[in-house]
Structures are given as C-alpha cells and as structure tokens.
Design a protein around this ligand. Structure first.
Ligand code: MEV
Length: 421
C-alpha cells in the first residue's frame, strides 16, 4: 500500500487527488463516483474553500416551519444529519404560534480580540500604559478596515487585564470591535496583529497570541416564549419541563446533554448558512461555564398563570458577509429563504430555533421519552441500511415500529420476507 507522504498532493487537481486516495484506500469505482459528484457545490469552488479537496459531504436541509419571531413569520433552513431535529422545531413553534411566537433581542455585533503580552516585569504599569493609548489604538484598529468603518462598524472599546498564570503575569489586551454583518474573525484578527508591535514598543516584553475570542459575550442573543399550558397538555407537562430545567441548571452531566439539544437547532441553522459551527459551539459552551460551573443555556419557568415561560441566551457570532456564506451557492439560497437583512437579525432567528429545539426535547423527555419519536425515523434509516429501497423503506420501518423491535437484524429479516425470501 502507498504511504501518506504524498509529494505535491496539494498541487494536483481534485480528480487526480481522488485517484491517489482511491489507490491508497482501495476504493471501488462506485465509491470514487460518490465523491466525484459534488452537486450544488461546484468542484472548483470546493477546491478553493479547503485544501486537498477530494469531494463534498452533502447533508440534508430541512425547513423549520411555524416560526413567528418578533411578529414575523419565518421559514428556517436547517442542515443536519440527525432525524427528528427539524420536526421537533416545527412542533414546538406550532404550539406557541398563536400565543405570539418568539420575542428576541441582541446586545449587538461586538467581537473581542485578544493580544497576549508576556515577559514584562511591571505588568500593572504596562496595563495603564496601554489603556492611556485608547485613541491611538482606535486609530490603528480602524485604519485596518476602512470598509467596516464606512458601514458603521469599527473599534469600540479597550480592556486590559493582568492575568496571573503558571508562567508568570501576562498583560491581556482586549479590543472590542463592532463587526456589523461580518462574523468578524478576519477583521479583528488583522487589527490584533497590527496592534501587537505597538504594544511591544510601549511596554517591552513579547507578544505571542493575537486572535479573537470565541467567548463572544459582547455578541449575545436572547429569545423567549410562553407556551400555554393547555397547548402542552396541562400543568403536569409544565411541571415536568420546569423540573428538567432545574436538573440541567444544577448538574453539568445533564447540562451538557441539555445544551446539545439547544445546539441541535442552532448548529443546523449555522451550517445551512455557511457559518462557522465550531466557533458557535465553542462560544456557547464557554458561555455556559461562565459562572465556574457548566450550566444549561436555556431556562424554563412556570408563569403566574401556570403557563411555561422559556428563555435562552448565548453568544452567536454569525455573519452575512465573508466566509462561505457569500460564496457557497446553497448557503446563499438559505439566507434568501430566511429573508434577513442583518447578521444580528439572523442570529435572533437562530436563537428562537434553539429555544424551540430545547423545548421540544424537554417536553418529550419529561413525558413519553424521546425514543418513541426517534424510533419511527431511526427505523427508516435501519431499513435503508438493510438494503430496502423505494416503498420497501416505509414498509420495513412500519413493520418494525409496530412490533417495537427496531434493529438492523429485524430490518433484514422483514425485508427478506417482503421480497418473498
Ligand atoms: C438529542 O440529539 C438531544 C437531546 O438529548 C437533548 C436533551 O436531552 O435535552 C434529546
């Protein structure tokens, strides 16, 4: 077998690279054909988006319907491989639609970049030296991106902390930048890099890292909604969801799963619009741990009237310009479906989806359990794994759900019987 040291691999065309990989892994012609089919993402574009591209990974896009966000009806594209996720949002949104849907707000599109100064003997003194140069720093930052400034963005605030670390004190400068409709990584990273030599010049010492923080806690979005108890099936259902919320607030083991439910919704929207799912996940989980204990991002309470009040707050650094969002044809169409005109408006819609998603999960978990809903869809996947095609898929899946035995060996047996084997 050939090795993984392939000289000049990145200089090959996509088809040639695929040939090399096929040789290495012993792929069949059919397997090569799967990767060669790039669908809505032209091979040339895929090749520009990442290095050493050999194919694409298509993921289904489902539409979350029934969403009313700040009085506006929205259809929201969600890209996810997980069954039940889209259906859950549709149901949750339907149950709150007549009661007004979701109300959202945002703190504004402020990104933070960090500059790490090490090796100064007088860190407190250095901190003040940097703070005194606020105007100069604002000028350096805004000078990096006149287009952003023209669009109303640019430098906003300066924060400097002395951080005690195992390697001695460090002086950590935060520049806070309004990045408008951009996610802002490129803008703030450029500013941090441009500023670093000045900081070394003023304070001495050595700057190492110059990079944004994914704990984007100046870029928060919030969503709330009140589900009428009657629409949920009564007070007991409300109590169950509230108890689930209390559990997740108190226990990191549960909070991680609870927040996975939130992110099922949000990450699917983020991916559909070509935004950076890892940045959003990192920010959400860091925010969940901001008190020193990892906690749930969404909360559920019983209102004075006995209804269910849900709320969600998290950082959501998503953009409409820059990155894959503007160049990926599918992402562009998804943004068009959303009908948003600013990145903040988009983040607010995503936050509503996150709240709907976590509500749906808790409602199922605190009542019938999630397996009932999951199993019907899971059964279809198993039927396809067993080789079912066309109408066979539903027939095999229905037979398994009816008997309560949803397993691949059962799917194979049922399929065999169907085919008269
Ligand atoms: C499954 O993808 C997500 C849930 O586990 C979320 C939760 O437990 O709240 C159902």
């Amino acid at each position: 077998m050939a090795g993984s040291r392939i000289s000049g691999f990145h200089r090959l065309g996509m088809a040639e690279r695929l040939e090399v990989v096929a040789g290495f892994a012993g792929l069949t012609a059919a397997q090569v054909a799967v990767l060669a089919e790039t669908g809505a993402l032209p091979a040339e574009l895929a090749d520009r988006l990442v290095e050493n591209a050999i194919g694409v990974m298509p993921v289904p896009i489902g539409i979350a319907s029934n969403l009313k966000v700040d009085g506006v009806d929205r259809l929201v594209p969600m890209a996810t491989e997980e069954s039940s996720v889209v259906a859950a949002v549709c149901n949750a949104a339907r149950l709150v639609y007549d009661a007004g849907g979701f109300v959202t707000s945002a703190s504004g599109p402020l990104m933070i970049a960090q500059i790490q100064l090490t090796g100064v003997s007088d860190p407190q003194h250095s901190r003040l030296e940097i703070l005194e140069r606020r105007e100069e720093i604002a000028g350096i930052c805004d000078g990096c991106d006149p287009v952003l400034v023209r669009h109303g963005g640019g430098f906003r605030e300066l924060e400097v902390r002395v951080l005690e670390t195992r390697g001695g004190p460090m002086v950590i400068t935060h520049i806070v930048v309004d990045t408008r409709d951009a996610m802002g990584a490129n803008a703030v990273n450029t500013m941090a890099e441009r500023l670093a030599p000045s900081i070394e010049g003023w304070c001495g010492g050595k700057v190492y890292l110059r990079i944004l923080s994914n704990l984007a806690d100046r870029r928060l979005v919030r969503a709330r909604a009140v589900w009428p108890a009657d629409a949920l099936g009564g007070a007991e259902v409300v109590d169950g969801i509230v108890a689930a919320s209390h559990f997740a607030e108190a226990d990191p083991y549960r909070a991680a799963t609870h927040n996975k439910g939130v992110m099922n919704g949000i990450s699917a929207c983020v991916l559909a619009t070509g935004n950076d799912t890892r940045a959003i996940e990192a920010g959400a989980h860091a925010y969940a741990a901001r008190s020193g204990q990892y906690r749930s991002l969404s909360r559920f309470e019983r209102t004075a009237e006995g209804d269910l009040a849900g709320s969600l707050e998290l950082p959501l650094a998503v953009g409409l310009v820059g990155g894959a969002t503007k160049v990926h044809p599918t992402a562009r169409v998804c943004v068009a479906i959303l009908g948003v005109t600013t990145a903040v408006e988009m983040a607010r819609v995503f936050c509503a989806v996150g709240l709907a998603q976590t509500f749906a999960a808790l409602r199922a978990l605190s009542t019938v359990g999630i397996q009932k809903g999951h199993m019907a869809l899971h059964a279809q996947n198993l039927a396809m794994m067993a080789g079912a095609v066309g109408e066979e898929v539903d027939r095999v899946a229905d037979a398994m759900v009816a008997t309560g035995e949803v397993r691949v060996d059962v799917a194979e047996r049922v399929l065999g019987e169907l085919r008269g084997g």
